[in-house]
Design a protein around this ligand. Structure first.
Ligand code: SF4
Length: 439
């Protein structure tokens, strides 16, 4: 039986401090088996490596949301799927449902299968290598690893096919395909090693093990690589030695730990169709079960039978053509690249989160801008800013009494009443950022 739901605060996916105090407990990230108690019921987070689901798995998630939860599915900023409003005591039934759909291949490892990857890899001809097979190899290695459950539920693996779209996630262990596609660079913190592409997943797991040893040696119980004290950072020599000891051919690289070019919007799956796929987004990342089933049905009948949930709160349906967009749009999904929804995000807010000072989703919907363009906007019910995107944005944080604090990069924040927020937001979105926040 899964453990009882936790009543600790949901840490969500907001960044952690760069310096970590010594911790006396593990992280409290929810999972599919460790439910989190929220104000609107229990919450389950189902890890979906690289966001890849079969249509059958997507149908199973919709069934779970309807039978046990509030009838909707949330896409997280790591491309995982969350169920909310779950009935107390439903953990066993949820686990059986997910297990039958193949969504719990290794129950002890379920919270550490945090893997993002270039969603269009292998579809659009960009990138140096199709990283999807490497994602499957990494997941299999993770699920078979005795040490992997020691990782925190926040630890993140990323695989970038060379287009640079994973750079923004600041993953703990990163694989970046190199030109030609025969080699990949694996990084953990400032240490990097170059290996053959097929050895990349094993090198990633070795890098994660190096982090675990470094975290243990530091005595901090760090959850993320960037939390390690400098004196205990994983060194390139250590990483290279581990890779060599595992029998992998490695060449040290002095390259920076992440792609140093900013990912352009064109490298991400925008909404619409092209390259033999259809892309849709969900307003504020939430799909009703019927919308979710519609997307799964398109994948099943007109696509390859696969869906790729993206960290930008959308879904890619490989193999489907543009003639499917009409039905998806009619169901309330975003298919127009000019939709204002594409620049707006929000945390859970009220009524789901006890910390929230406002129903931020309702306010974000009411104040949806007239069109796309300008800086993205992220609404938060409190200072934690859960799920915010990285990079330049307008932060709108509830301060109570129908007021919000609006902040833009390089400008002092100002608090405005809800009644004046539309104008303040319109001005803030057109601000030219003078610096980019790092978190
Ligand atoms: S109100 Fe929003 S930002 Fe604050 S803890 Fe809740 S979900 Fe996170």
């Amino acid at each position: 039986m899964p453990p009882a739901p936790s009543n600790r605060p949901d840490p969500d996916e907001n960044p952690v401090p760069s310096v970590t105090p010594v911790r006396d407990r593990g992280d409290a990230c929810p999972g599919a088996l460790r439910l989190h108690t929220a104000d609107d019921g229990a919450l389950a987070r189902v890890r979906v490596p690289a966001g890849v689901l079969s249509a059958a798995q997507a149908y199973a998630l919709a069934d779970a949301a309807e039978r046990l939860g509030d009838g909707a599915l949330d896409i997280t900023s790591r491309g995982n799927v969350q169920l909310r409003g779950l009935e107390p005591g439903c953990g066993g039934e949820l686990a059986r449902l997910l297990d039958a759909a193949g969504l719990l291949p290794a129950p002890r490892h379920e919270r550490v299968r945090n893997v993002v990857a270039s969603p269009l890899s292998g579809l659009d001809g960009r990138g140096h290598l199709d990283v999807q097979p490497l994602v499957r190899d990494l997941d299999a290695l993770l699920c078979a690893s005795a040490r992997a459950p020691e990782l925190s539920g926040r630890f993140l693996f990323a695989l970038d096919d060379g287009r640079g779209d994973m750079a923004e996630f600041a993953a703990d262990v990163m694989l970046l395909a190199e030109p030609g596609g025969a080699a990949v660079r694996v990084t953990v913190g400032g240490a990097a090693v170059r290996v053959r592409a097929e050895d990349g997943p094993r090198a990633m797991l070795l890098a994660a093990n190096a982090f675990l040893d470094a975290a243990a040696a530091s005595g901090t119980r760090a959850w993320r690589v960037r939390e390690l004290p400098a004196a205990h950072a994983v060194s390139a020599a250590d990483l290279r030695a581990r890779v060599a000891a595992a029998g992998l051919a490695a060449v040290a690289t002095a390259s920076p730990p992440c792609p140093d070019r900013a990912p352009g919007r064109e490298s991400r799956p925008l909404v619409g169709a092209g390259h033999g796929a259809v892309y849709v987004a969900a307003p504020l990342g939430r799909l009703r079960a019927a919308q979710w089933r519609l997307v799964a049905g398109v994948a099943e009948r007109y696509g390859t039978g696969e869906l790729r949930v993206t960290p930008w709160r959308g879904v890619v349906v490989p193999g489907a053509g543009p003639e499917r967009l009409g039905a998806l749009e009619a169901a309330g999904l975003v298919t127009d690249p000019a939709s204002p929804w594409l620049g707006v995000g929000a945390c859970t807010g009220r009524p789901g989160c006890a910390k929230s000072l406002a129903d931020v989703r309702a306010d974000a919907t009411d104040l949806l801008p007239a069109g796309a363009g300008g800086l993205p906007v992220h609404w938060s019910g409190c200072e934690r800013r859960c799920g915010h995107p990285r990079g330049a944005r307008v932060d709108v944080v509830a301060t109570g009494d129908a007021h919000y604090q609006v902040s833009t990069p390089g400008a002092p924040p100002r608090t405005v009443p809800l009644t004046e927020l539309a104008g303040a937001l319109a001005a803030a979105r057109t601000t030219t950022p003078t610096k980019t926040p790092t978190k």
